[in-house]
Design a protein around this ligand. Structure first.
Ligand code: ADE
Length: 229
């Protein structure tokens, strides 16, 4: 069984609508929808925005469904000017950009306990995601670091700081937490994002305009991926 997590309904609703032999289970405040999706056993959930919501959902999914891998999909802000609205980013690793114990000597972004800045994504799943994303017409696909934090980034200065620290190609609010939960439990993880805004001073206008199209692209990638399995 494969696990799919989006932060908002918009990011998984087209996939949810395609689930056959559907079953629902509620764990805490998360609703898990399982069944057959494009010929594969899958479980889907909307985790809600932010790292704690995402980590709780990923851990519950792992403990209740034992997925072979978990993919966190959805929209993101661009990590720098080489990434445009409509592009896709497949994570090589995820970081938690707002984790900061540097005043007591740690590198910015170090997640203590697991002792990592870059939380790895699964190489085999990443390669399949890149292939599936390349099949979406007219979309540029990037591979690189995705930076996660409990903030909607809407300032060029903040984006530059995150890029300077981590070389992030995308900024969002859940991938690093799903990757964290997967790492703790030894479950392969992927993070796929479609760019809805530049994470700069225009994001308040761009996000509502482009989020739906971006979200539909990342769900198209999942369809391509599952049909190819
Ligand atoms: N998701 C989509 N755009 C974002 C942004 N600018 N910051 C954080 N998460 C996002």
């Amino acid at each position: 069984m494969y696990g799919l997590i989006g932060a908002m309904s918009l990011e998984v609703e087209a996939l949810m609508a395609q689930v056959e032999d559907r079953e629902e289970k509620k764990v805490g405040m998360d609703v898990f929808v399982s069944g057959r999706l494009f010929g594969q056993e899958a479980v889907l959930a909307v985790c809600g925005p932010g790292k704690v919501n995402a980590a709780l959902c990923a851990q519950s999914m792992i403990l209740h469904y034992q997925p072979e891998w978990i993919l966190n999909l959805g929209v993101a802000g661009a990590g720098d000017a080489t990434v445009s609205i409509g592009d896709m980013v497949v994570a090589t690793a995820a970081v938690q950009h707002d984790m900061d114990t540097s005043p007591i000597g740690d590198p910015v972004g170090l997640v203590s306990k697991i002792n990592l800045v870059e939380i790895p994504c699964d190489d085999a799943l990443r390669a399949k995601l890149v292939k599936a994303a390349s099949q979406v017409e007219g979309v540029n696909v990037h591979e690189g670091i995705i930076a996660t934090g409990d903030q909607f980034i809407h300032s060029g200065d903040v984006r530059s700081r995150i890029h300077g620290l981590f070389h992030a190609k995308a900024v969002e609010m859940e991938g690093g937490a799903v990757a964290h939960a997967c790492y703790v439990h030894g479950v392969p993880c992927g993070v796929l994002r479609s760019i809805s805004d530049q994470a700069d001073g225009h994001s308040d206008m761009d996000y509502p305009t482009f989020a739906a199209l971006a979200a539909s692209h990342s769900q198209q990638v999942v369809e391509n991926l599952l049909r190819g399995e």
